[in-house]
Ligand binder design. Sequence first.
Ligand code: XUL
Ligand code: CO
Length: 435
Amino acid sequence: MNTYFPEVKKIEYEGRDSSNPLAFKWYDKDQLVLGKSMGDHLRFGVAYWHTLKNQGADPFGESTMARRWNEYDEPLDRARATGDAAFEFISKLGVDYYCFHDRDLAPEGSSFAESCANLEAMVTHAKQLQQTTGIKLLWGTANLFSHPRYVHGAGTNPDYHVFAYAAAQVKQALAATQELGGENYVFWGGREGYETLLNTRMKQEQEQMAAFFRMCVEYARKIGFSGQFLIEPKPKEPTKHQYDFDSATILNFLQTYELIDYFKLNIEANHATLAGHTFEHELAVAAAAGKLGSMDVNRGDPLLGWDTDQFPTDLYSAIYAMLELLGTGGLGSGGMNFDAKVRRGSFEPVDLFHAHIGGMDAFARGLVIASAIIEDGFLEDFKKQRYSSWKGPGTAALAGRSSLENCESFIREHGEPQVPSGRQEYLENLINSFI
Ligand code: XUL
Ligand code: CO
């Protein structure tokens, strides 16, 4: 396997003093952190769509990335070569997982039947590549947003015909994910949202989405798919109002339609910031509900208002995310998928390696720092002290065994509270002392 990236050898851990740009400085897969290997904590995945399929086109210019795996005339030959390149890349990077949309792996055909046949052919090819390399499928999903038929949405489309098409496509994508041993299946609501209420029945569209999910749950049960279903929040782009705005919105939707038991969340950093949240806020909301399933790791640009999907190299963000991850006890069957693309100007294949190495090192370093912070215990001690008044009558109130009258008697007895400082700057300074 040395066809598409002949200039790159297997990426190794060389430690922080190495000057080799094609080596890990922090990510040492087998290094134990709080009793678990880095590889098991982080469970990195490569996103097929960005890493293999992105060619750098933007609204102002054409592709900048000439990839050798695209030099085939027949779509299926191109798809096979792309698969070969993907597994060569992932093997050399030393990552265990990948993620795909059905239409990344196999091209859309000229009919539904042809699309299904293409997908089946590519599942056979990918299965063989998985067997020879040991690389596994973190999650599969269906692309229900690129084809023009989905211009007004998929599950939330005003036309039942399109709804049914999307459902039929998910049936195939779910079966493909199962065949490849996918550990999760993701729903990102590509065009599940609206542009104007003038032509939209919002309540009906939400009910349609719930019906769509119910059919997916039912089909997964029928075929014995044991992977975790994940929904990925995003507030806007491509539609102005995406229904799955953020974690809290999705949790409310799942509760309302009695679907909460079947789903967890896949939190993407750049989607969190588009929603006006931090990445760690979204992780914390999901974790508090016991629903943190997986992460799409990337970053946005604070000066741009869209989903730039840049590689995550911001160390503070990585530390805060790792504090949340360690606080929940891990991702289970989830992982950290690099839903990130190299910039248009970074068009050489080797840039794909630089990008992933940087992201992996940032999270490895974030993990080491977060674990040191946790082991030191100062944050936990501070919070323990901050909430220490929740005993006696506080415990009763938390357990629902108090009343406004009880609180009034308490205040008549104890008077004005002594309010302590939140000490934010002190805590931020301590975080810096660990870096
Ligand atoms: C789009 C996005 C998707 C999902 C999978 O913003 O994040 O790539 O992760 O459909
Ligand atoms: Co994503």
